[in-house]
Design a binder for this molecule. Structure first.
Ligand code: AMP
Ligand code: FE
Ligand code: FE
Ligand code: ZN
Length: 282
């Protein structure tokens, strides 16, 4: 069966592999397609798409936006137009908000005597700097064993260097993705600790704004969970999607296209998305 991975982070956000490295890895793994779904940026798409053409890996433009509902909920967008002015405007706002938060985090670390310069981090990590980058720097400075340890001790909510940021309302994120010509998809539905009634309420709320799909296969989701989500997607007329949430060395236990080992996302699910996005199947 032709398999794909529709949830991948590159070094344009908090992944450790460049977009090109991801496409190379996808080709080596035998994946037919990957979607680059960086947090808050579409910068990774062009390079990945160019190499994808060469290596015979389909590359789907995507994004992942952290949004505000009753708690944090992540919305994925597929086949967005990376040049959409509406999208760019909001992404710029998100990056500015991140910058303000990041400066404060760096200042807290500097106040503890750590040699952390946010300007240097920006030069090194690019436009979308997040807590995983701070975690990486803390590891390099010998303050933590690994990224997970750095999160647990320093940058997880409630820890010493944690500072929150602002999130778009969930409706606004869904509408924005549609405005950019994309398909809004509810990411990793089990991450929000909702029971069946609460998850249904979330889906119904998102449907009002134009949600089109739901991530049914995801790293760590077992057969029963996948079956439950697929049934729910079908019931609500949502397209099923799936992906690993690969971040490279930022989350070293996750493998591209394979998750913890058994993830398998069928190519047919991409065909469903393409049809809905008006790309037809080729
Ligand atoms: P930020 O948006 O900058 O606040 O960072 C959030 C990102 O940090 C998420 O998208 C995850 O990729 C990552 N993250 C959150 N918690 C952890 C954790 N415990 N271990 C590793 N990465 C994490
Ligand atoms: Fe991430
Ligand atoms: Fe996510
Ligand atoms: Zn993700």
């Amino acid at each position: 069966m032709k398999t794909i991975d529709l949830h991948v982070h590159s070094s344009a956000s908090d992944g450790s592999c460049t977009p090109e490295e991801i496409v190379r890895l996808a080709a080596e793994t035998g994946l037919a397609a990957v979607a680059i779904t960086d947090h808050d940026t579409v910068e990774g798409y062009a390079g990945a798409a160019a190499l994808g053409k060469e290596l015979g890996v389909e590359v789907v433009p995507g994004i992942e936006i952290s949004t505000r509902y009753t708690g944090a909920v992540h919305i994925l967008g597929y086949f967005i137009d990376p040049r959409s002015p509406a999208l760019q405007e909001v992404l710029d706002w998100i990056v500015q908000d991140r910058d303000a938060r990041n400066r404060e985090m760096a200042a807290r670390m500097a106040a503890d005597g750590l040699p952390v310069s946010y300007e240097q981090m920006q030069r090194r990590f690019g436009a979308v700097v997040g807590r995983p980058h701070f975690a990486r720097v803390l590891v390099e400075l010998g303050q933590a064993e690994n990224i997970q340890d750095a999160f647990d001790r320093y940058v997880e909510k409630g820890r010493k260097y944690y500072i929150g940021r602002h999130f778009l309302p969930i409706e606004r994120s869904i509408e924005l993705i549609r405005l950019a010509g994309g398909l809004p998809v509810l990411a990793h539905p089990f991450q929000y600790r909702l029971d069946d009634a609460q998850l249904r309420a979330l889906i119904e709320h998102c449907l009002e704004s134009g949600l089109r799909g739901m991530e049914c296969r995801y790293t760590g989701y077992g057969a029963e969970q996948t079956a439950y989500l697929s049934a729910l997607a079908k019931e609500y007329g949502l397209l099923p999607t799936g992906g690993s949430d690969f971040h490279g060395a930022t989350k070293p236990w996750i493998r591209l296209g394979r998750g913890l080992g058994s993830l398998e996302v069928p190519y047919a699910w991409l065909e469903g998305l393409k049809e809905a996005a008006g790309h037809g199947s080729i």
